[in-house]
Design a protein around this ligand. Sequence first.
Ligand SMILES: *[C@@H]1O[C@H](CO)[C@@H](O)[C@H](O)[C@H]1NC(C)=O
Ligand SMILES: *[C@@H]1O[C@H](CO)[C@@H](O)[C@H](O)[C@H]1NC(C)=O
Ligand SMILES: *[C@@H]1O[C@H](CO)[C@@H](O)[C@H](O)[C@H]1NC(C)=O
Ligand SMILES: *[C@@H]1O[C@H](CO)[C@@H](O)[C@H](O)[C@H]1NC(C)=O
Ligand SMILES: *[C@@H]1O[C@H](CO)[C@@H](O)[C@H](O)[C@H]1NC(C)=O
Ligand SMILES: *[C@@H]1O[C@H](CO)[C@@H](O)[C@H](O)[C@H]1NC(C)=O
Ligand SMILES: *[C@@H]1O[C@H](CO)[C@@H](O)[C@H](O)[C@H]1NC(C)=O
Ligand SMILES: *[C@@H]1O[C@H](CO)[C@@H](O)[C@H](O)[C@H]1NC(C)=O
Ligand SMILES: *[C@@H]1O[C@H](CO)[C@@H](O)[C@H](O)[C@H]1NC(C)=O
Ligand SMILES: *[C@@H]1O[C@H](CO)[C@@H](O)[C@H](O)[C@H]1NC(C)=O
Ligand SMILES: CC(=O)N[C@H]1CO[C@H](CO)[C@@H](O)[C@@H]1O
Length: 303
Amino acid sequence: MHPSAAKFLLLLVAAASSFLSVASHGLPPRQLKRNASCLPHERDALLAFKGNITSDPEGILSSWRRGRNDCCRWMGVTCSNQTGHVLELDLNYRNLTGQISPSLLSLEHLEHLDLGTTFLSGHDGRFPEFLCSFKNLRYLDLWMLSFASRLPAQLGNLSTLEYLDLAHAYSLPSEVPPQLGNLSNLRHLGLASNYLYTTDISWLVRLHQLEYLEMDGINLSTIDNWLHVVNMIPSLKSLSLQNCSLPRANQSLTHINLTKLEMLDLSMNYFGHPIASSWFWNITSIQFLRLSSTYLYGPFPMH
Ligand SMILES: *[C@@H]1O[C@H](CO)[C@@H](O)[C@H](O)[C@H]1NC(C)=O
Ligand SMILES: *[C@@H]1O[C@H](CO)[C@@H](O)[C@H](O)[C@H]1NC(C)=O
Ligand SMILES: *[C@@H]1O[C@H](CO)[C@@H](O)[C@H](O)[C@H]1NC(C)=O
Ligand SMILES: *[C@@H]1O[C@H](CO)[C@@H](O)[C@H](O)[C@H]1NC(C)=O
Ligand SMILES: *[C@@H]1O[C@H](CO)[C@@H](O)[C@H](O)[C@H]1NC(C)=O
Ligand SMILES: *[C@@H]1O[C@H](CO)[C@@H](O)[C@H](O)[C@H]1NC(C)=O
Ligand SMILES: *[C@@H]1O[C@H](CO)[C@@H](O)[C@H](O)[C@H]1NC(C)=O
Ligand SMILES: *[C@@H]1O[C@H](CO)[C@@H](O)[C@H](O)[C@H]1NC(C)=O
Ligand SMILES: *[C@@H]1O[C@H](CO)[C@@H](O)[C@H](O)[C@H]1NC(C)=O
Ligand SMILES: *[C@@H]1O[C@H](CO)[C@@H](O)[C@H](O)[C@H]1NC(C)=O
Ligand SMILES: CC(=O)N[C@H]1CO[C@H](CO)[C@@H](O)[C@@H]1O
């Protein structure tokens, strides 16, 4: 036999026997692929997050335990097969109550964070600004969360974002400070419930990859240039601005960049001008358009 052929045969035998020895340990090769397991510091970060959850009626975090070390198998957690880093955290619709711990920042590779329809918030009920520091985040869903603060402009730092849902994120009235009792001569005190609002959305233009934006219920009434801001996000496919107190839809656009827009929802904003003068008619990519309760009137444009 040629020496190199012998070597090859030897390799084959070695490979076969190592496969056999693995098989005799009862591990199917398929399972070997899924070997990458949770990293200890990421597991600790998740446990710290759990530590700030005050109520978990569905018990979904019951699998999050120190004794069960591989956090990649915990409910709501998805890791990379290759590296074991946590890539996704999905706790949507779980009725969790509590504060979102900044410990999550240890999940440096996080791409997908879905806390929608939970009762979570940041420290003191504020918007958890540290969420704006994730480097790889593509998906952020805070649907129906409430915060006692404004939206931070730092959201514009999430330049890899493709999906952003802030709909119905509204703020609860902040606690009345006990110091008000010191104002003993007070005659009139106005304490309106201040819903989440923002006076500046220019940070949005830094989200170069944004495809989905939902800000339903956020008062944008003071932002006259909102359309020009949105028009600088050519990647947008879906835009929902229901009930945002938008003042009008008859702006003119000198150049339309929204060539990928398929879904537009402007319902529940009082426009009250002729429908034909609306800016969206030239966006031919739109497949789904919702305009209920906008008080737009008159004939549709004829082109
Ligand atoms: C979650 O909360 C919703 C609304 O408050 C409630 O209808 C539902 O029953 C709750 N689910 C559980 C499992 O607690
Ligand atoms: C993990 O591996 C499976 C099968 O090998 C693959 O389908 C899946 O996309 C991988 N997931 C990640 C996050 O890499
Ligand atoms: C989270 O829990 C830790 C430890 O119990 C506590 O020190 C910290 O103040 C909590 N943070 C928040 C934001 O609730
Ligand atoms: C985040 O954005 C703020 C405000 O836009 C900016 O001042 C800050 O330097 C940014 N931080 C990082 C880490 O990029
Ligand atoms: C307000 O009144 C409280 C007592 O009710 C007192 O302890 C506190 O120092 C007062 N604060 C100011 C700013 O006067
Ligand atoms: C619209 O938003 C306002 C706050 O800006 C809120 O009071 C109202 O309930 C919302 N309406 C609907 C139908 O969501
Ligand atoms: C939105 O904000 C404007 C300006 O602050 C305010 O006048 C208006 O009442 C708000 N709209 C709603 C529905 O709260
Ligand atoms: C989009 O349109 C505006 C004019 O409305 C223009 O200034 C801008 O350069 C265009 N392109 C992008 C990528 O925003
Ligand atoms: C929209 O289309 C109409 C008719 O085709 C044209 O007159 C108008 O200039 C277009 N507007 C923009 C912003 O392209
Ligand atoms: C847009 O509509 C408003 C009423 O909502 C009207 O006051 C304004 O003159 C209109 N602007 C243009 C350019 O048509
Ligand atoms: C389940 C499994 O295959 N675990 C193995 C992962 O890899 C380490 C060494 O890298 C082994 O010790 C484990 O048995």
